[in-house]
Design a protein around this ligand. Structure first.
Ligand SMILES: NC(=O)c1ccc[n+]([C@@H]2O[C@H](COP(=O)([O-])OP(=O)(O)OC[C@H]3O[C@@H](n4cnc5c(N)ncnc54)[C@H](O)[C@@H]3O)[C@@H](O)[C@H]2O)c1
Length: 270
């Protein structure tokens, strides 16, 4: 094959497709010729994002979902198959940290509410497992496909205050390796499962942790920049190349990995 990165006509399903990272990746993949399915909770935002892509001459649809609702995700699959007849890739980008599951700067572990811990664990981890179980099926039937899960720096090193989020993301890295083995050995090595671990990108789920209302950095935000050799947060478009690689033939022998895109944060020691 001449162009290992060719994804023209590939059907790419993105959970969290209306999120800050998901929407940027979706628009980029559509520009590469993919048929993009944005799955999200906000119909108004999702329809507008899909329209924007279509108006620019590319292909996309929006479908309302809740990644915790198996019946709803199965309905989404039926609609994708009715429209496009296949699923080439799934990006599990729904999730994020939640304010209720974050321990306050002056708090301790005893202040953690177990229900909130469960909620953040469920949305991130089970909310990755459910769409994977649903959208993997047509990939197994077709004998090919790619899945990319969204892990985090918090999976490598548990960060202060966000223990539920960190546990969930560590679980996602672990699940990624499990599933890579499972599908390669029980179905086909032509279905690959990898994860991306973004460093720090300012989005709705972390803005209040990293920045003050006037846009200046919180002490935690300053700490992140101090430990990032590039001395800045990431830009959502900087995830697109790695995602493109992981869903294309360019990564044909790559499975079970976690690709770090972090401006050097994970390599920093002192
Ligand atoms: N922003 C970062 O710095 C960063 C770093 C590492 C990992 N991530 C991960 O990247 C992914 C995308 O996050 P983002 O930064 O774009 O944040 P975001 O908050 O903009 O997007 C997350 C999306 O997930 C959706 N979502 C949440 N619960 C859902 C549910 N039950 N059903 C369907 N959708 C649901 C939200 O509606 C939202 O659109 C998340 O998994 C996040 O944990 C982000």
């Amino acid at each position: 094959m001449d162009n290992l990165f060719d994804i023209k006509g590939h059907v790419v399903v993105i959970t969290g497709g209306t999120g800050v990272l998901g929407r940027e990746i979706g628009a980029y993949l559509a520009r590469q010729g993919a048929k993009v399915v944005l799955l999200g909770r906000n119909e108004e935002v999702g329809a507008r994002l899909a329209d924007d892509i279509v108006r620019q001459g590319h292909e996309a649809i929006f479908l309302k979902t809740d990644v915790m609702d198996v019946a709803q995700v199965e309905k989404n699959l039926d609609e994708v198959l009715a429209d496009y007849g296949r699923v080439d890739a799934l990006l599990n980008a729904a999730g994020g940290n939640m304010p209720g599951a974050t321990i306050a700067p002056t708090g301790t572990f005893f202040d953690l509410k177990v229900e909130e811990f469960e909620r953040v664990l469920n949305v991130n981890l089970t909310g990755t497992v459910i769409p994977t179980q649903v959208f993997l099926r047509p990939m197994v039937e077709a004998g090919r496909g790619a899945i990319v899960n969204f892990s985090s720096m918090a999976a490598f090193r548990p960060m202060t205050r966000v223990c539920g989020y960190a546990a969930a993301k560590a679980g996602i890295s672990n699940f990624t390796a499990f599933l890579a083995n499972e599908v390669a050995t029980k179905f086909t090595p032509k279905i690959r499962v990898n994860a991306i671990a973004p460093g720090f990108f300012l989005t709705n789920q972390n803005r209040a942790l990293l920045t003050n209302p006037d846009g200046s950095l919180t002490p935690r935000g300053e700490d992140v920049i101090r430990q990032t050799p590039f001395k800045r947060f990431g830009r959502p478009e900087e995830l697109c190349g790695t995602i493109h690689y992981l869903i294309s033939e360019a990564s044909a022998f790559v499975t079970g990995t976690v690709a770090v895109v972090d401006g050097g944060f994970n390599a920093f020691a002192m």
